[in-house]
Design a protein around this ligand. Structure first.
Ligand code: TYD
Ligand code: MG
Length: 462
């Protein structure tokens, strides 16, 4: 055997390669166990090497350096998918020749979303090719009938061989292509199994070449590992133009589509959907959805305004504080960062003197929502204090502010839009950081500025 044909042993999580078997030096499973390297025959054919080189060439048409002013933009070419929430996350529609990866847990609705998008695209700009390597054509047809997605220009193919797909794309010249999923398609020339790092990486590169070469807008479905990353190598995320995550709690109807990388738009935008009997429905007023079952005048419930990109989202934060029956008190947190919550409880204990060290604390975002930004800090503090004091926070008030370790309340971004959303949903008042009011900001609701958590507790629970 010549040295060139020798096997490499590759980590299936990060792509690390070693000439010897063993475990990955960098990766550990959540359980703490090491990740074994998997044998791969390294036989990069000259064909694949050529394909990667031509990807580079077609991404930057080689007309030499030009003045930036003279470079023409063809943004008008963006095509609407007909699903407003998806278009928004993509940055205003899909760009021809772009490669979009949609990741998410199994069963979250990736295939449903793309089938609905394929239907709409097929009506606007036929033909569209939907390649399903996971389900049979009949299975997909059944779903399409349920979704009302049996459109004229929509071609369906249950095929896993990417070379065949490549040939079909050259023949049929579709305007858009859906690959469901990147982990189940394969290139026959590679010896590793579908879903392995080698396959996923090569298939990704091949599809990139195809997209850039033919201008077909390509959507890839990608499954997510238990750790939450898109299965397969990181390199796939680097390669594609756009990475979207489709997430939500399995037992709640709503789903959030989030951009984590976008070469053609902002990564802050989110799209909200509801999974219904006949597929995904766009939710244009997500705050209303999250607040639908809000209880009134009960301790431990506070409404915060979280900003997702340019879009404010009102969420209900709930806390339950009760004496700990056994030694170590419990801290259970859902939808909020655990460390952040512990930090805020410590601030509450130290600065206000609430003896939370002897209490179990549970914090939850109602409806299965999630807050990631510090502007929700004050909401968490007030919810916990409200539950501990067994006193409801004043109703119809929306709360926002970042809390520092000395108990000070710090300014948040986008106060105007946050308060405006609350006003639109019938709130009467806002409690905001004092420093946000300093520059004469005009808000849609009467606002009370607070600068310490003491002041906020007095105002809301006093
Ligand atoms: P699916 O799109 O197959 O998920 P993924 O491709 O991400 O694995 O969606 C699967 C779930 O969605 C399934 O559990 C059933 C549910 N569903 C509905 O509730 N209504 C519908 O109209 C459809 C098509 C699916
Ligand atoms: Mg699927």
């Amino acid at each position: 055997m010549s040295p060139r044909d020798r096997s490499v042993y590759r980590c299936q999580q990060c792509g690390f390669a070693s000439p010897k078997p063993g475990t990955c030096p960098d990766c550990k499973r959540a359980s703490g166990e090491l990740v074994a390297l998997v044998e791969e025959r390294s036989r990069p054919s000259s064909g694949t090497r050529r394909s990667v080189a031509s990807t580079r060439r077609s991404v930057t048409p080689s007309s030499g350096p030009r003045p930036i002013r003279d470079i023409a933009m063809d943004d008008a070419e963006r095509r609407r998918t007909g699903i407003g929430e998806l278009d928004r996350v993509l940055g205003g529609g899909v760009v021809p020749g772009s490669l979009v990866l949609i990741g998410g847990d199994p069963g979250i609705g990736k295939s449903t979303l793309l089938l609905q998008a394929a239907r709409a695209l097929a009506e606007a700009a036929p033909p569209v090719l939907y390649v399903s390597a996971e389900e049979s054509a009949v299975q997909v047809k059944l779903r399409a009938e349920r979704l009302g997605a049996v459109a004229d220009g929509l071609l369906l193919w249950a095929e896993g061989d990417l070379e065949a797909v490549q040939a079909a794309v050259h023949d049929l010249k579709p305007r858009a292509l859906v690959i469901d999923s990147i982990q189940t398609v394969f290139l026959p020339e590679l010896e590793s199994a579908p879903g392995s790092v080698a396959q996923v990486r090569e298939c990704g590169a091949r599809l990139m070449t195809l997209a850039k070469g033919t201008g077909v807008a390509t959507f890839l479905v990608g499954h997510v590992t238990k750790e939450g990353a898109i299965a397969g190598p990181r390199v796939l995320e680097h390669l594609v133009d756009t990475v979207l995550y489709f997430e939500g709690e399995r037992h709640h109807a709503y789903r959030v589509l989030r951009a984590v990388k976008n070469r053609f738009g902002s990564t802050n935008e989110i799209g909200v959907f509801q999974m219904a009997e006949r597929g995904l429905i766009e939710v244009t007023n997500p705050s209303g959805l999250f607040l639908a079952e809000r209880p009134r005048d009960v301790p431990g419930s506070v409404i915060v305004s979280s900003l997702e990109g340019t879009r404010p989202l009102l969420l209900e934060l709930q806390a339950l504080v009760s004496p700990a029956p056994f030694g170590t008190p419990r801290r259970t947190v859902l939808g909020v960062d655990y460390n952040r919550a512990c930090l805020l409880l410590a601030v509450l204990e130290k600065r206000v003197g609430m003896p939370l060290g002897s209490q179990d604390v549970f914090i939850n975002v109602a409806g299965g929502g999630r807050v990631t930004e510090p502007a929700a800090d004050l909401g968490i503090v007030i919810a916990a204090a409200s539950s501990y004091m067994d006193r409801p926070a004043r109703g119809d008030v929306v709360v926002m502010g970042e809390v520092g370790l000395t108990g000070e309340i710090r300014a948040v971004t986008g106060v105007e839009v946050r308060v405006k959303e609350a006003a639109a949903l019938g709130f009467r008042e806002a409690v905001v950081p004092k420093s946000n009011l300093a520059d004469g900001t005009r808000l849609a609701l009467p606002a009370l500025g607070v600068d310490t958590i003491h002041a906020a507790i007095d105002a809301l629970l006093g």
